[in-house]
Write a protein that binds this ligand. Structure first.
Ligand SMILES: N[C@@H](CCC(=O)N[C@@H](CS)C(=O)NCC(=O)O)C(=O)O
Length: 208
């Protein structure tokens, strides 16, 4: 088995979390390299595209979170082998990327501008992506985004909905998903309740 090292920031969530979860669920040993945010400015310039996560496989590195998700999904049987189901899995992951990029664009705004930008997001793209992702989930039967079983798409959407509901995003109402996409909230609860997901978070001192 290849030697894996996944480098991401030292918080739970974000673009690195689905791969951490997939590897934990799949029982694949990896070095969980968690970079303190304070060290990032000194490291950024040495990374291929100036961002994390980075996956190192036997000394070679690869970037781009969804590509990493696909790779670890293949290692852990959490990425569909059927091409159509794989496309559905990719669709959900890329949709989360789309809306993540719009949210990240508000991070460094001064507070008044951030508030206005996030209110516009809530009324526009955020509402659209949440409701449309729920529709895509329901179109596949309501339980999983692809292949009628857990995949890295479920992990990515779970991490995103968890973040939206966390209260860590100022000016984003934490009950937005509950109000407009209750099936996505149920999906989040289902993923969170998986024994290996619970064990992963318990191992990090998180018992919810
Ligand atoms: N397209 C890249 C984006 C990577 C990215 O922007 N990652 C964020 C963390 S989620 C980051 O490194 N931010 C710090 C920075 O841009 O300086 C991917 O999907 O991995």
């Amino acid at each position: 088995m290849a030697k894996l090292k996944l480098t991401y920031f030292d918080f739970h969530g974000g673009r690195g979390e689905p791969a951490r979860l997939a590897l934990a669920i799949g029982g694949i040993a990896f070095e969980d390299d968690r970079l303190p945010l304070a060290e990032w400015s000194g490291r950024k310039g040495g990374t291929p595209f100036g961002g994390l996560p980075i996956l190192e496989v036997d000394g070679q590195i690869v970037t781009q979170s969804n590509g990493i998700n696909r790779y670890v999904g293949k290692l852990t049987d959490l990425y569909p082998t059927d091409p159509w189901q794989a496309a559905l899995c990719d669709e959900a992951m890329d949709a989360v990327e789309d809306i993540t990029i719009k949210m990240v664009a508000t991070f460094d705004l001064p507070d008044a501008q951030k508030k206005a930008a996030r209110q516009a997001l809530v009324e526009g793209p955020l509402r659209l992506y949440v409701t449309r992702l729920q529709e895509r989930l329901e179109a596949q039967g309501g339980l999983y985004f692809a292949g009628n079983r857990l995949s890295v798409a479920d992990l990515k959407v779970f991490v995103w909905i968890d973040h939206l509901k966390s209260g860590k995003l100022d000016h984003i109402p934490t009950d937005l998903p509950d109000r407009i996409a209750p099936r996505l909230v149920e999906h989040r609860e289902r993923v969170k309740a998986l024994p290996r997901v619970r064990a992963y978070y318990a191992g990090h001192g998180i018992h919810e």
